[in-house]
Design a protein around this ligand. Structure first.
Ligand SMILES: Cc1cc2nc3c(=O)[nH]c(=O)nc-3n(C[C@H](O)[C@H](O)[C@H](O)COP(=O)(O)O)c2cc1C
Length: 218
């Protein structure tokens, strides 16, 4: 960091959130439908990044970690993404299968938090989705032991090169340790930024199989 950077005063960066109101009456009955409505509105404004979401996990001891993954499917049963089961997130989810997903949609002054229990998708889903990925991504996934140290970039490139030569155009099989997860939501929070920081926060909580709605103070 140079001296110019260290003088940056972030407390002076301010903006107003001027979105329209977001009331209990605006909510759809099912939270995944509400999510879909907001997701589509965001997707129209930012299609390239629409599926990016933060996945927050924690170890058994409560050590948190967060990273971006891409949402590949959602419906009333949950929200799905693909990864390497041996990664840090995979290890944490094996110890503690609770997680939160976070979407930040700045063009609309919105964020959505979705918490719940995480389960692995079946092998068939992994194979199906893996087979649809570009070959370059398949080769990278096949040689990468995600989240483990590597000596340098060249090693990775050589491994990709070697596998590509070995397969000689044949199908790249879905690696055993590569697959999907589904988060089954028990809580959704829809946050709408408003003027003077008096934001709207509407929460759906699953209680005995029914979604209950609550407003939270901003
Ligand atoms: C835009 C974007 C999309 C990403 N999508 C994925 C993804 O779908 N699956 C994945 O495993 N990692 C994805 N990553 C990489 C992760 O953020 C992370 O580096 C990786 O999963 C290892 O995380 P971990 O060590 O916490 O397990 C993505 C990163 C970015 C910035």
């Amino acid at each position: 960091m140079n001296s110019e950077d260290s003088n940056l005063d972030l407390t002076r960066i301010r903006r107003e959130y001027l979105a329209e109101s977001f009331d209990e009456g605006d909510l759809l009955d099912q939270p995944h439908q509400q999510f879909q409505r907001w997701f589509e509105q965001h997707r129209r404004l930012d299609p390239a990044n629409a599926t990016a979401m933060v996945l927050a996990t924690a170890s058994e001891q409560g050590l948190p970690s967060a990273r971006i993954v891409l949402l590949k499917h959602f419906d009333q049963h949950g929200f799905c993404w693909y990864t390497d089961y041996r990664s840090l997130k995979g290890q944490q989810l094996a110890q503690n299968p609770q997680a939160e997903l976070l979407f930040y949609w700045p063009e609309l002054d919105r964020q959505v938090r979705i918490g719940g229990h995480v389960e692995r998708l079946d092998r068939g889903s992994a194979e199906q989705y893996f087979s649809e990925r570009p070959r370059g991504s398949q080769l990278s996934a096949a040689i990468s032991h995600q989240s483990y140290p590597v000596g340098n970039r060249q090693q990775l490139e050589q491994q990709v090169e070697a596998l590509s030569r070995q397969l000689d155009g044949k199908t790249v099989d879905c690696p055993d340790q590569w697959g999907g997860y589904r988060l089954r939501p028990v809580r959704y929070e829809f946050w709408q930024g408003r003027e003077n920081r008096l934001h709207d926060r509407l929460v759906f909580c699953l209680e005995q199989g029914n979604w209950q709605v609550q407003r939270l103070a901003p």
